[in-house]
Design a protein around this ligand. Structure first.
Ligand code: KIV
Length: 270
């Protein structure tokens, strides 16, 4: 359906090299083929099929109702639109509750969906799952800080790690997921200074969202980037379509701003 671009597909070693070389990694979410093709065209490095699709595509109040079938369907749609970007897909709520379930569901995202890596939220017991998947050739991106699948425990979408004890726990969790074998880490909604410390401490790339400018890369939900998310705009997001001539221009403007260290600014950070 889509013409092949000349650029070779990005790999995990390429992303790790970016961290070592101090080059920012640009990531955005996508849920379907046409936008995925535009994302590729705009030069984005990493595309995440997030379970945020439950909110921005399906209209749910949280990510909890998202099913594996929905994740596989949207991941396969996105994979068909991409030629160069590295594709990561979320394991949704309870899809990694034990090792056999995680194996079965992660395999679906890779084999049926075409993902190169799966993302899962949390530390503690989740480290056993990370270790099991990575030791069987399924690369894992961990996700810490504000973990939306924990919304019923957290009680709201709030900044995490503000107090000293919580910050220390987050630092320990970040080391633990890396030690368990995670090869990327998403840090969501944490104070910039804490995200900077974690980014320096880890050898794996840290991709921030609401985590300040010093992470190794940034991720935004596509609907936030295009300013079309219904309701209140999260502080950490920016409408890049405002002032851009097209969707590709908006995504390219985001990519340029991340690579130049101009996004997120202090007004998007905590
Ligand atoms: O589901 C998602 O889109 C995510 C990003 C916000 C990081 O996890």
């Amino acid at each position: 359906m889509y013409a092949k671009s000349a650029a070779a597909p990005l790999t995990l070693p390429d992303l790790h090299r970016r961290k070592r070389d101090g080059e920012k990694i640009v990531c955005v979410t996508a849920y379907e083929a046409s936008i995925a093709a535009r994302v590729d065209e705009a030069g984005v490095d990493l595309v995440l099929v997030g379970d945020s699709l439950g909110m921005v595509v399906q209209g749910h109040a949280s990510t909890l109702p998202v099913t594996m079938d929905a994740m596989v369907y949207h991941t396969a749609c996105v994979a068909r639109g991409l030629r160069r970007a590295f594709l990561v897909a979320d394991l949704p709520f309870m899809a990694f509750r034990d090792v056999p379930t995680a194996f079965a569901n992660a395999t679906r995202l890779v084999a049926e969906g075409g993902a190169a890596m799966v993302k899962l939220e949390g530390a503690d017991w989740v480290c056993e799952i990370i270790s099991a998947l990575t030791s069987r050739e399924i690369p894992v991106c961990a996700h810490l800080g504000l973990t939306p699948q924990s919304i019923n425990r957290l009680g709201g979408y709030r900044v995490q790690g503000r107090e000293t004890e919580a910050a220390e726990r987050l630092r320990a969790d970040a080391r633990a997921v890396q030690d368990a074998g995670a090869q990327l880490l998403v840090l969501e909604c944490v104070p910039s200074a804490l995200a900077q410390a974690i980014t320096r401490e880890l050898h794996i790339p840290v991709i921030g969202i609401g985590a300040g400018v010093d992470c190794d890369g940034q991720v935004l939900v596509m609907h936030d980037l295009l300013g079309i998310t219904p309701g209140k705009r999260p502080r950490f997001s920016k409408d890049f379509l405002a002032g851009s001539a097209s969707v590709v221009d908006a995504i390219a403007a985001y990519a340029r701003a991340v690579r130049a260290g101009e996004f997120p600014g202090p007004e998007h950070s905590y």
